[in-house]
Every structure is written in structure tokens, then in C-alpha cells.
Ligand binder design. Structure first.
Ligand code: ADP
Ligand code: MG
Length: 538
């Protein structure tokens, strides 16, 4: 045991480690690069990105979180910013780019403070204080409103510049109607708004269906294509004779036994179909399979049946029609059936789809999104998802703020006053936080081809008069955003500032990055630990 002579290996060979300033510099750089990447997409005049994956599949988008998800990001600190975008997407559905660029700018400003030898803990603390104050200011400038006109404006603001230009207003109508329809006791379950997309028509041919569209066809051509006053059964068990669970051998010694055996199986199927038909059901959605013979009997009874329906669709069908999902065919009763004005199979761009429409007070609806090509439809779908998110947030909270950089400038202005009241070095961090928020109007201006310095100066001056002044990116003027109808939910800004601040704080507190060697290395047994790999060389 010649311990003294051998170096002690605490970490496995191949591990990379960055300490202190090196770790900070590297993490800040990664965050800045990421923010820089999505920056050009911000706002109505933002540009799109074309992302091509290893299989050659193309996504053309303007949506922050989609870009970050499609990019194969490896750096651990950069991944933390991707998380910011994902949280924003889950919580509100919009404001993903904003959240990431604020986080990037907070890191950039922190770098300057680090250069001034201010300790990262002080910066993190100052940022925490500033973020809390920013929330207070935001609450103060929020406007109480959730009337239809406000919801329309919120939806249109979220869709501006997202490939929906021509059809922004009709789409906003659909979205507001959809959200209002599924709202229950002031809460909106976004999952209850289904989005079905099909290319091959104009964006303004998109429609709202008071019910559910299922991307399936009837199981049997002998079934009706259209059933009015539909009585709908939802089953999540197969309609077939169960396979025996144990391996059983049946010995048949003469042909008549064989015949009897087959007849018995047929009888079982017939009984199953009869017990469905006897409830009065004329439409059947089955989550599992439907036996050929069962299909035949169902068709003969005039039932429109669909099989292998997704579980999520079954739930929506239940919400829309009021039907109960039943697990045992024998348990199905008349009271389990749901209703719809009409259920029909329609051909949309050469493909059959089942429309369950004209439901009474449905708590699940479907937006059928149309567009000329697959890529257009997908981008319109993302815009619609953002818009559903903001309308839902506004319905739930009843609070909005102005857009176009107005809240960021107002918060920055009041934070600077607040900073003056703080003693110690945190003051510098609070001021830096204030400056960082100005990245939003600055970027909106830059992306619109305006002179960002002029715009910021004008904006600051305008905020002496009113907290709602923002940039009209279409003509470069400073206008009252509330009057211009550019408004966003309070929650979008609240979440964006909060999660950006938290991510920046967390990254700043890191002074040691220990990364297992990346999976490409030949070190034995290290491969499973590649999660933190991919460190760029210094
Ligand atoms: P995000 O992913 O953060 O939602 P967007 O590309 O959707 O990014 O841009 C949102 C920003 O664009 C918000 O700051 C919003 O206020 C602003 N914005 C939207 N419409 C307008 C408009 N007509 N004029 C000025 N700014 C606008
Ligand atoms: Mg947006």
C-alpha cells in the first residue's frame, strides 16, 4: 500500500472539470449563445428558422420552444435555458422566446458585474430581489379584463407574425369560441381542445367543430356513412372472443363437434353485438379491436363503428358527448350512451375522418386546421396553440398587460428607482436586472429594422406619461399599446421574468462543473454517465 506515492483519483479518468471563473464564463457563454440564436425570431417582425434533423425532416418555425427542442443542445447550462422555455410553454403556452432572451441578457449583465469583482452570490441575491420587485410592479400595471373583445386581442397578438396573417381574425374567433366552450368553473383544460390538421386548403378554411374529429374510418364499408341523432357507445374492451388465458387443448373427434364449436363462438360474438345494439346505440367507438364477424353484425344492425381509437380521443369523446367509457360489454346500458347531432365519415384531402358534431354543450371541441402544405399547417398549429394558451390564461386570471415592450420598459424604469433605495453592491445587480429587461423592446425594434437606441430613448421618455407605451413595429412609432390592441396575459410576462431570473440565478451560483467524459470516449463503463457530456473545449 504505497499510498503516498500514488495520486488519489477522486474522479474517473476522462472527467472534465472547470472551476470558479472558468465555470462561470463557460456557462454564461453557453446561455448567451442560445439566447442570441432565438433572438431574431422575437415579435411580429421576427424571422423564421429552418431546422433540419438527421433524417432530413424540415421544420420552419418562429416559435422559441420549438426551435430549442429541435436543436440538439448538449451544453448543460444551455440545457437549463431550454428548460426555461419548456416551463413557459407548459405554464402559459406563449412567451418562450421572451423568457430565453431575458435569461440570456441577465447572464450577459452578470458577466460585467463579475468583471467588476462582484461576488456571484451578491449578483444572485440582487437578481432575486429585483425579480420579486418586478413581479410587484407587473401586478401594479396589470389591467383587469377578460371580455370577448380583450380575448380576441390577446389571441391576435399571440398570432401576429406567425404565418397566420390573412386569417388572424377568423382564427382568433375560433379560438375564443373554443376556449369559452370548454371552460368549466373558470378553469380551462387545454387538452379538451383538440387540434386536427390537414393540408390542402387555405388557412381561413379552418373550422371549429362542436365535438371531436377522429382521424380514423368506419371499420366496415356496409356501415352507414352518416348517423343523425347519434347515440354513442364508448367501449375500451375488444369485441372478440377472448383467447383462453391458460394453454388449453381442445380435442375434436368428429366434424359435427367442430361445427358446434364454431357456432358457439359465433353465438358469443352475436350476443356481444346484440347487447350493444339493444342499448339503442347507433354509433360505437372502441378503443380496442373489433372482430370481423362483429363488424359484419354491427353493419347489419346499422351501427357506425370505429376501432382502435386512441385513449386520449376516447376521453375527449366522453367529454363532448357525455358518454361513459365502459369496460365490460355486459355493463353497457342506455344511460352510458352519449349524444351528438350527427356523426359522419367525411373525406378531407383524400383521407377519411370521423366527425362527431353538433354535440350539445360539449366540454371538448376540435379545431380543424387547414393550410396549403404540411409545413404551413404545422406552423399555424403552433400559432393556434400559443393563442389557446393566452386566451385560456386570460379567461382564468382575468388580467392582461400591454405588449410591444411596454411592461419591460415600465418595470425597468421603476426598478432603477428601487435600486437607488438599496445600499450595498446588490444595488448594482438590481440595476443590471433593470437594464436586462430592456432587451425585449430593444430586440423588437432591431427585428423590425428600427434603430434600437432611438427607440429606447423615445420609449423611456414616453413612459414618463403612461405605462402602456410600446413600439408599433409596423411603423416605428411609440404608441399606447392598450389602444392599439396589442395585449398579452399578465401570466405570460410574470412567468417569463420569473423563470428567466431563476435560471440565471441558478447558473450564477455554479462555480464547479464536473462532467463525465462524453460517450464517445473509450473509457470503460463511462458511457452511461454521458448525460453531462458534450462540454465544448475551452
Ligand atoms: P414569444 O415566444 O416570446 O411569445 P413572439 O415572437 O411571439 O415571442 O413575440 C412576442 C413579443 O412581440 C411580445 O413582446 C409582444 O408584446 C410583441 N408583439 C406582438 N404583437 C405586436 C405588435 N403588433 N406590435 C408590437 N409588438 C408586438
Ligand atoms: Mg408569442
Amino acid at each position: 500500500m504505497a499510498q503516498g506515492q500514488q495520486p488519489i483519483l477522486v474522479l474517473p479518468e476522462g472527467t472534465s472539470r472547470y472551476l470558479g471563473r472558468d465555470a462561470q464564463r463557460m456557462n454564461i457563454l453557453a446561455g448567451k449563445i442560445l439566447a442570441e440564436t432565438v433572438r431574431t425570431t422575437l415579435g411580429p417582425k421576427g424571422m423564421d428558422k429552418m431546422l433540419v434533423d438527421s433524417l432530413g425532416d424540415i421544420v420552419v418555425t418562429n416559435d422559441g420552444v420549438t426551435i430549442l427542442k429541435e436543436m440538439d443542445i448538449e451544453h448543460p447550462a444551455a440545457k437549463m435555458l431550454v428548460e426555461v422555455a419548456k416551463t413557459q410553454e407548459d405554464e402559459v403556452g406563449d412567451g418562450t422566446t421572451t423568457a430565453v432572451i431575458i435569461a440570456g441578457e441577465l447572464l450577459k449583465k452578470a458577466e460585467n458585474l463579475l468583471e467588476m469583482e462582484i461576488h456571484p452570490t451578491i449578483i444572485a441575491m440582487g437578481y432575486r430581489q429585483a425579480s420579486e420587485k418586478a413581479q410587484e410592479i407587473l401586478d401594479d400595471i396589470a389591467i383587469d379584463a377578460s371580455d370577448r373583445d380583450t380575448l380576441m386581442k390577446v389571441a391576435m397578438t399571440a398570432m401576429t407574425g406567425k404565418g397566420t396573417e390573412k386569417a388572424r381574425e377568423p382564427l382568433a374567433q375560433l379560438i375564443v369560441d373554443a376556449v369559452k366552450q370548454v371552460e368549466e368553473d373558470g378553469e380551462v383544460e387545454k387538452d379538451h381542445i383538440k387540434i386536427e390538421k390537414k393540408e390542402g386548403a387555405a388557412v381561413d378554411d379552418s373550422t371549429l367543430v362542436q365535438g371531436v374529429i377522429i382521424d380514423k374510418e368506419r371499420v366496415h364499408p356496409g356501415m352507414p356513412k352518416k348517423v343523425e341523432n347519434a347515440k354513442i357507445a364508448l367501449l375500451n374492451c375488444p369485441i372478440e372472443v377472448k383467447e383462453t388465458e391458460v394453454d388449453a387443448e381442445i380435442r375434436i373427434t368428429d366434424p359435427s363437434q367442430m361445427q358446434a364449436f364454431i357456432e358457439q363462438e359465433e353465438q358469443m360474438i352475436r350476443d356481444m353485438v346484440n347487447s350493444i345494439v339493444d342499448t339503442g346505440a347507433n354509433v360505437l367507438f372502441c378503443q380496442k379491436g373489433i372482430d370481423d364477424l362483429a363488424q359484419h353484425y354491427l353493419a347489419k344492425a346499422g351501427v357506425l363503428a370505429v376501432r382502435r381509437v386512441k385513449k386520449s380521443d376516447m376521453e375527449k369523446l366522453s367529454k363532448a358527448t357525455g358518454a361513459n367509457i365502459v369496460t365490460n360489454i355486459e355493463d353497457l346500458g342506455e344511460e352510458d350512451l352519449g349524444e351528438a347531432g350527427v356523426v359522419s365519415e367525411k373525406k378531407i384531402s383524400g383521407e377519411e375522418m370521423i366527425f362527431v358534431e353538433e354535440c350539445k354543450e360539449p366540454k371538448a371541441v376540435t379545431i380543424l386546421v387547414r393550410g396549403s402544405t404540411e409545413h404551413v399547417v404545422s406552423e399555424v398549429e403552433r400559432a393556434i396553440e400559443d393563442a389557446i394558451g393566452v386566451v385560456a390564461a386570460t379567461v382564468e386570471d382575468g388580467k392582461v398587460v400591454a405588449g410591444g415592450g411596454a411592461p419591460e420598459i415600465e418595470i425597468a424604469k421603476r426598478l432603477k428607482d428601487y435600486a437607488d433605495s438599496i445600499s450595498g453592491r446588490e444595488q448594482l445587480a438590481v440595476s443590471a436586472f433593470a437594464d436586462a429587461l430592456e432587451i425585449v423592446p430593444k430586440t423588437l425594434a432591431e427585428n423590425a429594422g428600427l434603430d434600437s437606441i432611438d427607440v429606447l430613448v423615445d420609449l423611456r421618455a414616453a413612459h414618463e406619461e403612461s405605462p402602456y407605451m410600446g413600439i408599433d413595429v409596423f411603423d416605428g412609432n411609440i404608441v399606447d399599446m392598450k389602444e392599439a390592441g396589442v395585449i398579452e396575459p399578465h401570466r405570460v410576462k410574470k412567468q417569463a421574468i420569473q423563470s428567466a431570473a431563476e435560471a440565471a440565478e441558478m447558473i450564477l451560483r455554479i462555480d464547479d462543473v464536473i462532467a463525465a467524459s462524453s460517450s464517445g470516449s473509450e473509457d470503460e463503463g463511462m458511457d452511461e454517465m454521458g448525460g453531462m457530456g458534450g462540454m465544448p473545449p475551452m
